[in-house]
Design a protein around this ligand. Sequence first.
Ligand code: S3P
Length: 170
Amino acid sequence: MRKIYLVGFMGCGKSAIGRRLSFFLKMPYYDMDHEIVRQQGMTIPEIFEKYGEAHFRKIETEFLKNFRDEACIIATGGGVAVNEENRRIMRQTGLVFFLDAKFEDIYKRIRNDKNRPIVQSTTEQELENLYHQRRKSYRLAGHIQVLTAGRTLRQIVEYIGFQVKRLKGE
Ligand code: S3P
């Protein structure tokens, strides 16, 4: 079963785009963070605080290995594509779209978010450095890079939908 994975930095629009894409392509949609919170019975900040980030990363890899064999759309967490094994699993089981947004747009969306422990524990400069470091991983993960700046959600969804159909040969 071919999945559609959305990867990119926190706040790049993975969830908003995933939900709309789900209507557009008539495919089920899952938000990886929400699924993990449900499975674990804890919020993301609680998992980080109680077990540490390394443990959270293991949960993410387990999720990718074990998630249902179904054609669906998955919005990944912003750290998922950093891990090589995760990138391999995603590329083998589906099509990966890198949602490439500008840091300044991202920062406006995430700077006050209490539910993102990495935002809470870093300065703006550190976050920007992390953004630049991670872009390399997102590029390696993605089959297709989608520039989101200056585009509406609708335009982005239509573009991804078009690419999915093209690659499936429809
Ligand atoms: C993280 C991103 C978050 C969530 C966790 C860690 C990261 O997901 O998985 O807080 O390391 O970038 P979003 O990208 O949905 O914010």
